[in-house]
Design a protein around this ligand. Structure first.
Ligand SMILES: NC(=O)c1ccc[n+]([C@@H]2O[C@H](COP(=O)([O-])OP(=O)(O)OC[C@H]3O[C@@H](n4cnc5c(N)ncnc54)[C@H](OP(=O)(O)O)[C@@H]3O)[C@@H](O)[C@H]2O)c1
Length: 338
């Protein structure tokens, strides 16, 4: 089991594990998932204390898998057992009229797939800021929250000015999910401070760069396109290339290894802690290839140590040698809106 420090009061009614199990890895773009093996893995995460899941309407069977897992938990332990599980889904609609009926149908679809009357969290993504209908969608989500169909409304990949606009419109937002890692520190430019000031949590992804920011790649030659065999690896290799390339990345891995040695942990643990200890960060989402690979025992070690000021200075010294991704890409989420 994980220590108390692994959990956080995300909202008054939701206590979450600060390492969330990410289910984009079920979408088919990260290796073939065998449903029975994948489903058999879910109770193992839960039993080990990793009780919080991040998913989306478009992550293959992820919402159905949560539904099946909820059914199993209910059968074995009743409502009390179900109360220990938190499942955060997303809604990623194509721009279109956002009537109450459209929004409610999306929420109902997720409720049905996840076998729950009330979604814990619905994280909303929008592709095009020039299309202001995202505000219509969010107002309907707030109304559906008031009607009890979801506990909380959240965002993913929204930049700071648009988050501000949404809060000003009166929609209560509890979190924004963004890319945040030692490589991609764009949240530190303005989003983190804004979130901290307005009680909006950050949930982060890409913190392990799809597995590149781990011991597996320390001293490894630059992977070829064919070796980047998951969508996740391809996505974050591009980010590393933009930041500073493989040579500088190797220098970073060596520095992280030295810090990991000092704390008797591994590179992934240091990379996760670096983000977990940042202002406004509620949790780090780590992709889980259910039934293919698992890192539960290693991940648990994130809660066995803390970085000190010397560690942070060492990381920042290398990180500062990379390019400024904010000026190259823009604020968080801008990579989805080119
Ligand atoms: N909102 C969005 O737009 C968005 C975008 C991307 C992702 N996400 C969310 O974030 C989640 C995370 O996905 P990601 O793509 O960012 O990947 P990630 O978490 O950066 O990387 C996941 C990979 O890291 C490796 N790994 C995990 N723990 C490890 C450890 N302790 N030691 C060594 N390797 C380890 C695993 O590789 P192996 O499986 O090969 O062992 C795993 O597949 C997704 O599932 C999704 O929920 C959201």
């Amino acid at each position: 089991m994980l220590p108390d420090s692994a959990y956080l009061a995300f909202t008054p009614d939701l206590r979450i594990c600060r390492l969330l199990n990410g289910l984009w890895q079920l979408s088919g773009a990260h290796g073939a998932i065998e449903p029975s093996r994948a489903l058999a893995e879910m109770p193992r995460y839960h039993a080990a204390g990793f009780t919080t899941w991040d998913l989306a309407d478009h992550y293959g069977p992820a919402e159905d898998f949560i539904g099946a897992f909820r059914q199993r938990l209910r059968a074995e332990g009743g409502e009390a057992a179900l109360a220990q599980l938190q499942a955060f889904t997303k809604w990623v609609p194509r721009p279109a009229p956002m009537s109450r009926a459209v929004v409610e149908a999306a929420v109902d679809r997720s409720r049905s797939r996840m076998q729950t009357d009330q979604l814990d969290l619905l994280q909303f993504h929008w592709w095009e800021y020039r299309d202001g209908r995202y505000l219509d969608a969010l107002k309907h989500l707030a109304d559906l929250r008031a009607a009890g169909k979801l506990r909380h409304v959240a965002l993913t990949n929204f930049d700071t000015p648009h988050l501000e606009r949404i809060l000003e419109s009166g929609v209560p937002i509890v979190s924004n999910q963004v890319q945040y890692s030692i490589i991609d520190r764009r949240p530190e430019v303005q989003l983190s401070a804004f979130c901290a000031a307005h009680n909006v949590w950050l949930l982060t992804y890409g913190t392990l760069c799809g597995g590149l920011l781990t011991d597996r790649y320390l001293g490894a030659p630059e992977p070829s396109a064919a070796q980047l065999n998951t969508a996740s690896l391809r996505k974050y290799k591009q980010m590393i290339d933009l930041w500073g390339g493989w040579r500088l990345f190797q220098a970073l891995l060596r520095e992280l290894r030295a810090i990991a040695d000092k704390h008797a942990v591994n590179i992934a643990n240091v990379a996760v802690r670096y983000v977990l200890e940042k202002p406004a960060v509620a949790g780090v989402i780590i992709g889980a290839r259910l039934g293919i690979a698992e890192h539960r025992a290693e991940s648990a070690r994130c809660f066995s140590f803390a970085l000190d000021s010397e560690d942070r200075a060492r990381i920042e010294a290398i990180s500062a040698q990379g390019r400024d991704l904010f000026s190259l890409i823009g604020d968080c989420g801008d990579e989805y809106r080119r």
